[in-house]
Each structure stands twice: as structure tokens, then as C-alpha cells.
Design a protein around this ligand. Sequence first.
Ligand SMILES: NC(=O)c1ccc[n+]([C@@H]2O[C@H](COP(=O)([O-])OP(=O)(O)OC[C@H]3O[C@@H](n4cnc5c(N)ncnc54)[C@H](O)[C@@H]3O)[C@@H](O)[C@H]2O)c1
Length: 279
Amino acid sequence: MKTVMEMFSLKDRLAVITGGAGLLGTKHAEAILEAGGSVALLDLNRDRLLATSDRLRAQHGTERVLALATDITSGKSLSDARDKIESYFKKNADILINNAAIDPKFENKPGAKPLSRLEAFPLEQWNLELSVGLTGSFLAVQTFGPKMAATGRGVILNIASDLGLISPDQRIYRQPGVADDMQPVKPVTYSAIKHGLMGLTKYVATYWAKEGVRCNAFAPGGVFNNHPQEFVDKLTPLIPMGRMANVDEYKAAIVFLVSDASSYMNGATLVFDGGRSIM
Ligand SMILES: NC(=O)c1ccc[n+]([C@@H]2O[C@H](COP(=O)([O-])OP(=O)(O)OC[C@H]3O[C@@H](n4cnc5c(N)ncnc54)[C@H](O)[C@@H]3O)[C@@H](O)[C@H]2O)c1
């Protein structure tokens, strides 16, 4: 019988983290390393990947950190990454965290409807964002899941959002002096991807349950990352705790979700949003 602290241990566990060079991907990696595990970071952004892996390798040892430039929209890129991971660590992944996403930036033409608005939203942008957030998660599950099922152990964690549970409150994105039909909005893709991830979570949770592979979703609220004060002032009244999350505040939850501490949790969503989604 393991003690509670032993159940949180990730010793000898290997986690693949997509978008592992991003703001939260780096934090998921730190959390897993601090709990004794090893990490393989997959990301498109080579510079950030290198900087992150240099830092984590210096802190935790080269043998526990691998960073691979990978495009998760490509099954080939993912299977190449899987082969390199298996040869580096001499084992297959125990944990997959589907975390990568595109944070869209729109270049609006003066006088034209903002591209973030539903009526103007470009199909190519829809396809691009879904190819990472949703298709990329599916492809990563397809790449890393079967070996987990074959070895009888695995955890897949999909990083959703509080906006995978509720609709965006478009009032917080409003600009002063702009007509209603010209206001920028939180794009439709974000809701579609994050709600879609909940569906993927439930599907995978039943698909490999008997093989010992669990799949859950994590629904974090917004992390403060030097947002303009006027945005913070509009968002925080929607959150019962009255503040955004700190960037390190999800680390313990990630360890819980990918370790044996959550061994009977499957197909569920852990909501960490300061209470926003209950309002
Ligand atoms: N930051 C927040 O406040 C917040 C809140 C709720 C949910 N989330 C979710 O958490 C996750 C991480 O968010 P973040 O703030 O760290 O974002 P981020 O933009 O810092 O990181 C995302 C990473 O994904 C990578 N990426 C994009 N396309 C890729 C591709 N094709 N292949 C491989 N990697 C690719 C990017 O290079 C980037 O490093 C996202 O799913 C996001 O929606 C974030």
C-alpha cells in the first residue's frame, strides 16, 4: 500500500508535453520534474524550446529532459518524435499532456469588421487553430496512446479551459468608442476547441479504460501574464476569488492529475478557475 506522498510521486514516469515551451507547458514540465518524473517537450518554437530545455536540463539533469522541435499537426512529425523519445529514454511515454494551442493575432484592416468576429472569421484561421488544438490532440493520442494501452498503463491529460465549460463574456474584450458590430471578440475557435477537447477526453476515457489508460481534462482559468490593467479590471469581477491565477498555481494540480493520486479519476474535468464558471 502506497502512502499518500508516494501516490503523488512521478519517479520513473515519462511525460510528453505538447506546447512544452509555452507559458504553461514549461510549468507542467517543472511540476513533473519536481515530482521525480522525466519530460519530453514537443513544440514548434525552436528558440523557446532550446531556452526551456537548457534551463530544465541544468536544474534536473540531461537524462530527464528532452526537447524536440515537432509540429503536432503532422502525424509523421509526431511519430518521429515518439521514436526519438523511446530511444532516448529507453521506454515509452507514461503520460501525454495535450497542451499546445495557437494564440491568434489578427491584423485588421482599418474600417473593416474585426477578423475575430464570427461573421468575418477566416476559414483558414479556423482550420489552423483546430489543426493544433483539436486535431493535434487527436494525433498525439493516436501516436502515444496505443503503446500505453499495450503496456497497461497511461494517463492522457487534455488542457482545456474555463471557456470549455462556459461561453466567453465578450464584454471584457470591448474597446471604448467602437460600435457594437465592430467590437473585437474572443474567437469562436477557442470555444469549439476547448469544448471539443472535453468530448475527446470522454471518448478516450472509455476507449482504453480496461487497458489501464485514464484520460481527463483540466480547465484552468486565465493566468495573469502582464495583461493590461483595464482588461484585468473587467475580468476579475467575473471571478469569485477576484483575481486571475498565478502562473505557478496549476503545478500541483497537474501532478495530481498525471500521478496515481488520481488513479480512480477518468473522463472527468478538474476545474481550476477561481470559481468563474459557477457564476
Ligand atoms: N494562459 C492561460 O491563461 C490559459 C488559460 C486557460 C487555458 N489555457 C490553455 O493552456 C494551454 C497552454 O497555454 P499557454 O498560455 O501556455 O500558451 P502558449 O502560447 O504560451 O503555449 C502554447 C505553445 O504551443 C506551441 N504550438 C503551437 N502550435 C504548435 C504545433 N503545431 N506543434 C507544436 N507546438 C505548437 C506554441 O509554440 C507555444 O509554445 C493552451 O491549451 C491554452 O489554451 C491557457
